[in-house]
Design a protein around this ligand. Structure first.
Ligand code: CMC
Length: 422
């Protein structure tokens, strides 16, 4: 059997055979037969916009791999910085490569004083930290003018390092500002996750010592959130990057896409939903309300996963470890009951709606003391790695500027009528 399809234009009888390559067919071939006839695909439900070698997601069986490595093995054995190197370079680092990478990230954690003093402190006192982060990342492009040299490999690598290293510093600065606490400078003797926790929580102690269980849990959460192929924010990164904008501007666009409740804001919505339900006895009624069209079960469902999200399985285990230190999040019982009922209910089963990564991550963040507003920020820190890996891959592929077509449904040509005559 040939691995191809044949399309016939019934208006003319002309046909074209198009090979199936990597589970896709080329739209360029299609256009040879049908110029000016476009695929109508809102939300890109059936469109592959690029070739990518970074992560593989098989939603039917719940598989996620970074550069071929199963997410379960990376979460169990690796560290976030090692995974970051893997995503960016395609291979796990050897010892000296890792040492150099760790040192590089550690020594780029500081932000320009003007970013903090003049820029971040200029926000309104109750500014949302994610809004602050998006703006601050965009502002970084004005500090690093070499960022525009996107085809200079050294410059590109420098911006990638800066962005990954400075993200936790900006994130913690946004939080400290929103609670009226003084900024904490990075402590370069600490690892990535410990340093972030120090910048978040340090008060007057000379050195902040985070609980190692919580440091490990955060590192695992960072690994799980580091990449997820062509999701909304990564697509935003590629679209903006395709115009050859600098990486800070493109990353700010990606972070803005992550801000929405359908994407990185979902774990915040999960906690709000659980608080609204209030008690385990109210769960059945809430499920009925969702089924009747009264809102969505937040943290459930996914565009690609049509079985259990593998990240949710790992997170559920991590939650137990965290609750061993922090005490159980009182909302956990409501979440477990919701999951139990939903996974036996025809409405959710027939639509293949299972818990996604956000269903349990918010419970962990809340137990660790992070305010709800910080949840999307906590997602943005590790996802920066994925965004940059895709940005770099896209530039190396010499891709075209993103510019989809539309099916015009507006009025036909008509003449302008002066205002007095309307
Ligand atoms: N609760 C109840 N019903 C749902 C849900 C849900 N969470 N998600 C989808 N449905 C129903 C939806 O009403 C529709 O039913 P019907 O066929 O009767 O109209 C059907 O399932 C298909 O839904 P859809 O909106 O066409 O699916 P989608 O692939 O466009 O949406 C989604 C995916 C993630 C936006 C959606 O499932 C959702 O809104 N979930 C809740 C928010 C959430 O948890 N988001 C985090 C996603 S994972 C993290 C990330 O990648 O950022």
């Amino acid at each position: 059997m040939p691995e191809s399809i044949t399309i016939t234009d019934n208006r003319t009888g002309d046909a074209i055979e198009i090979p199936i390559l990597n589970d896709g067919i080329s739209a360029t071939e299609w256009s040879k037969l049908l110029p000016g006839i476009w695929f109508y695909d809102p939300g890109f439900m059936a469109t592959a916009a690029c070739e990518s070698a970074i992560s593989l997601l098989d939603g039917d069986v719940g598989i996620l791999r970074y550069r071929g490595y199963p997410i379960e093995q990376l979460a169990e054995n690796s560290t976030f910085l090692e995974v970051a190197y893997l995503l960016l370079h395609g291979e796990l680092p050897n010892e000296s490569e890792f040492e150099a990478w760790q040192l590089d990230i550690t020594y780029h954690t500081f932000i320009h004083e003007n970013v903090r003093k003049r820029f971040l402190e200029g926000f309104h006192y109750d500014a949302h930290p994610m809004g602050m982060l998006v703006s601050a990342v965009a502002a970084l492009s004005t500090f690093y003018l070499d960022a525009k040299e996107i085809f200079n490999r050294d410059s590109r690598q420098k911006q990638i390092t800066r962005l990954i290293a400075k993200m936790p510093t900006l994130a913690a600065a946004a939080h400290r500002f929103s609670v009226g606490m003084p900024f904490v400078y990075p402590d370069n003797s600490l690892d990535f996750a410990s340093n972030f926790l120090s910048m978040m929580w340090k008060v007057a102690e000379p050195r902040f010592e985070a609980d190692p269980v919580l440091v490990h849990a955060l590192d695992v959460l960072f690994i799980l959130h580091a990449d997820h192929e062509q999701n909304c924010s990564t697509t935003a990164m590629r679209v903006v990057g395709s115009s050859h904008a600098d990486p800070y501007s493109a990353t700010a666009a990606a972070a803005a896409a992550l801000y929405g409740p359908r994407h990185g804001g979902a774990n915040e919505q999960v906690i709000k939903m659980l608080m609204e339900i209030g008690h385990i006895d109210n769960v059945p009624a809430f499920i009925e309300e969702v089924k009747g069209g009264g809102g969505r079960l937040q943290g459930f469902g996914h565009r690609v996963y049509k079985s259990y999200d593998p990240r949710a399985t790992i997170i559920k285990r991590t939650a137990d470890e965290v609750f061993g230190v922090t005490g159980k999040n009182p909302l956990l019982d409501i979440a477990l009951k919701l999951e139990e009922i939903a996974l036996q209910d025809e409405y959710f089963l027939s639509r293949k709606l299972y818990p996604n990564v956000d269903f349990y991550s918010g419970l962990i963040y809340q137990a660790m003391g992070f305010p709800l507003e910080m949840f999307p920020v906590l997602f943005a820190i590790p996802r920066t790695v994925g965004w940059l890996a895709h940005w770099q891959e896209m530039l190396d592929q010499d891709s075209k500027i993103a510019r989809p077509r539309q099916l015009y449904i507006g009025p036909d040509a008509r003449d302008y009528v002066p205002i007095a005559g309307r």
